[in-house]
Ligand binder design. Sequence first.
Ligand code: DQA
Length: 149
Amino acid sequence: MQALYNMINMKIQIINGPNLNLLGKREPGIYGSSSFDDYLPQLRHQYPSVQIDYFQSNVEGELINKMQEVGFDYDGIVLNAGAYTHTSVALQDCIRSLKCPVIEVHISNVHKREEFRHKSLISCACLGVICGFGLDSYRLAVEGLLAVK
Ligand code: DQA
């Protein structure tokens, strides 16, 4: 265990917002049939020197609390804010307040979907945006954070 801790040189927090606890069950034609709990070990396995922590909440304020908790200490946040992406000034303000970069992620290509999903209130505060690659969007976001470290 000690050897593993010595290897870790980066800390990334993944945060999933509302309804993303239902991945695997929720609209599988759009979001796929894998749960996040099944996907996460594969992602961690690919980055043994990165500590990848995971948090999910359906509650907007809890997403903000988690970002404030890690955002001055971690190397980056991968945020899928779900539907709050399209509505939340509070999330935008929070992202702007943090020290670490935040990557906005979406599983689906929101620009191919309903018009209300084309507008993000958080993109302008994020380092970058990745969408449309299924769960692989999360890996691509981790790659982005590694690239800017
Ligand atoms: C989503 C896209 C959002 O528009 C939607 O509300 C979600 C999931 C995605 O990952 O594709 O909950 O963020």
